[in-house]
Ligand binder design. Structure first.
Ligand code: ATP
Ligand code: MG
Length: 476
């Protein structure tokens, strides 16, 4: 209550508001929120982070908790990580901690290690935000920051951050929060608000547009008007970003537990089209009740569910879904041209993955499992004989089966087919044999079966009571 009153008072007296964002970086005294007027408590900060903050402070340096950690604590949620900002240079930080390593050539950062836990300590940086490039700041013709490894004051450090809510500092000295950029007001108003001039800041680093959508989804905040309008204008600048960096961003967008909401926001702001143009083209052509949209939303929802349950998720599966709409179309076309299923997939995958790679580079180690998920799809159409065992024993069976469920959800295959595969995994061996040896159901109208085996082909009967549960190791 007291906090609320204090904030109301400050808004009335004009000490708060959007002074931070949009004014191109006019400097003023920061707003200082004393400990009794905010909810960030030391008991919510993990001991390792506290240790780093105190040790730097005792050694005579300024030290603050900054960024997502402060933001999330202010919102009453549990931060993913805790970053520290200081006026100590990286070499000075290293002298304070024996368990410290300096990393990064572009931005030298100190990593303080506590077993597997790492606290990142960054020296205040300056020289960004459209100012004259002092020191080691390098921009390209379009204003993109190629290097900004220049140290600065805490104030400069605040102004070069992306959003006002990410520019708050928690002081270990007096437990106050220091706000140069109007972040507290935007926390209250639940707004994602780019710091500084929109065009300058998006040109410096177009990835900030993706971050805006990500934070809006994660925090359930609105995007402030100019910040949002800028995305509409500058989204095409994402084409300049290295595909490997965009892959990393995609993991944060889709695999951090709120991918379903993020996906819709990215589409709404025209950002998805910059990341996955071929997929967006299919989504557009199909419209709002198209199967591809259902498939992708369900893939995102499933991923979120797994993340919330602490189960593993893999980019291979996610990308199998993200690239599937154009791959499926390419497959249909090549099948219509008379190519075999194997050949059609081979060629379609090569061309679609090659094209997607120009925007978002999926690392090699995920490409084979992604393709296998696609390759196994036609094999689900065959429910008789030992092929079933072979398929169930395939290392990628589980992922491919999950993918089949997505396709059923999207109306690409009969739900009955997906249910059959669910059931065959649940029942005991005897029942499995019965299912697998049952006469093939008639192929249904509309069931896409590009590679289905000729039904009713003579089969060799399996001997009953075989000891193996899985696929045969050798053919007998
Ligand atoms: P998360 O909860 O996802 O970790 P975060 O805000 O901590 O959110 P990080 O990517 O960990 O995000 O970055 C830490 C801080 O560094 C941000 O809060 C922001 O202040 C600053 N920052 C990160 N990326 C950028 C960027 N592209 N431009 C400007 N500042 C950035
Ligand atoms: Mg973080």
């Amino acid at each position: 209550m007291r906090k609320l009153l204090n904030l109301m008072f400050q808004s009335l007296t004009g000490q708060t508001g959007s002074r931070g964002a949009g004014n191109g970086g006019a400097r003023a005294e920061p707003r200082v929120i004393p400990r009794p007027d905010h909810i960030v408590s030391r008991k919510d900060i993990p001991p390792h982070a506290l240790k780093v903050l105190y040790r730097l402070n005792k050694a005579g340096y300024q030290s603050y908790l900054v960024g997502g950690g402060v933001r999330d604590l202010l919102l009453g949620s549990e931060p993913k990580d805790f970053d520290v900002a200081t006026d100590a240079r990286p070499e000075q930080v290293r002298k304070v901690f024996s368990n410290c390593r300096l990393i990064g050539r572009r931005f030298r950062l100190a990593h303080v290690h506590f077993g597997r836990d790492i606290i990142e300590v960054a020296t205040f940086r300056g020289g960004s935000n459209g100012e004259e490039g002092a020191g080691d700041v390098v921009q390209d013709k379009g204003g993109r920051l190629l290097r900004d490894n220049v140290y600065g004051t805490m104030e400069e450090d605040a102004w070069r951050r992306d959003f006002t809510i990410n520019g708050l500092y928690y002081s270990i000295d007096d437990f106050s929060i220091i706000d140069y950029v109007g972040g507290m007001a935007d926390i209250e108003r639940r707004l994602i608000h780019l710091i500084g001039d929109v065009e300058t800041r998006y040109r410096e680093d177009p990835v900030r547009m993706l971050r805006a959508a990500r934070f809006a989804a994660k925090l359930d905040f609105d995007i402030e008007r100019a910040t949002a309008e800028g995305i509409g204008r500058f989204a095409p600048l994402l084409a300049e970003i290295a595909p490997a960096r965009l892959f990393d961003e995609c993991l944060k967008l889709f695999m951090a537990g709120y991918g379903r909401v993020t996906f819709d926001l990215l589409r709404e702001y025209g950002l998805f089209a910059e990341l996955f143009p071929a997929t967006e083209a299919v989504l557009q052509a199909e419209g709002d009740d198209g199967g591809s949209l259902r498939l992708l939303r369900q893939a995102m929802a499933n991923t979120d569910q797994r993340v919330s349950e602490g189960r593993p998720v893999t980019p291979a599966f996610l990308f199998a879904a993200l690239l599937w709409p154009p791959v499926r179309e390419g497959l249909q076309q090549r099948r219509a041209e008379g190519l075999s299923p194997g050949e059609a997939l081979q060629r379609t995958a090569a061309s679609e993955v090659g094209a997607a790679d120009q925007r978002v580079a999926l690392p090699k180690r995920f490409r084979i499992p992604m393709r296998e998920i696609w390759q196994l799809q036609p094999r689900f159409e065959r429910r008789q004989g030992k092929r079933v065992w072979h398929l169930m024993g395939h290392p990628r069976f589980r992922a491919a089966y999950d993918f089949l469920l997505l396709r059923a959800h999207a109306g690409e295959v009969e739900q009955e087919l997906a249910d059959w595969w669910t059931r065959v995994q649940e029942v005991d061996r005897g029942e499995q044999e019965t299912m697998i040896n049952a006469p093939a159901p008639q192929a249904r109208e509309g069931e896409s079966a590009p590679a289905s085996a000729p039904q009713g082909r003579p089969r060799r009967r399996r001997r009953r009571g075989g000891r193996r549960r899985g696929p045969p190791q050798t053919e007998s």
